[in-house]
Ligand binder design. Sequence first.
Ligand code: 3PG
Length: 214
Amino acid sequence: MTDVLRTIQNHGLVPVIKLETADAAEPLAETLRDAGLPLAEVTFRTGAAEQSIRRIAAKVPDVLVGAGTILTIDQVKQAVDAGAAFIVTPGFNPRVVEYCVKNRIPITPGINNPTGVESALEFGLTTLKFFPAEASGGVAMLKALSGPYGEVRYIPTGGVNAKNLGQYLSLKNVAAVGGSWMVPADRIAQGEFEQVAQLTRDAVRLVGDIRNTG
Ligand code: 3PG
């Protein structure tokens, strides 16, 4: 496991961020850091992603910033050039994965079934995004996958929230959970960072409580 993946596992939480404008990147990153979560997955779902990553990497360097919703090698190059420390993909694209592995770029590809897990294992990857988590069988699917693939750790994302994250984090094969619930795009667009801070603090506290009691 790389240092980046270890850091993600230590936090147990990956905020999945969609920014309409790069102007929000710096205040958002500071908000996350101050709320106890110095980690950001900025998704390439908007044209502001590359510039947002660049600003976070340059201006808020104590936040570990990565790029999400990466679909092509070109996007990997853009993201890494902007300062992304890790790559997240929604599905398993062998070309994107091969490029990242060859260039030693940490990547958590998305999978949601045994075929996906084995495709990742072929590349030596054992920390994977489980996406879309709830729609793909959620906790029951992860329990089923733990039988044949004991060494694999997952980051369930997609439909995970403050209500169900405990069920996921109590599984031995879950490294962290991801989601957008603590970084709602509409709140960010309105500049309501105090609400983001509150949601993030609550999420961080929940993870801490679950890990301390689990
Ligand atoms: C992702 O890209 O990882 C997901 O869209 C996040 O899913 P969520 O919005 O259900 O948390």
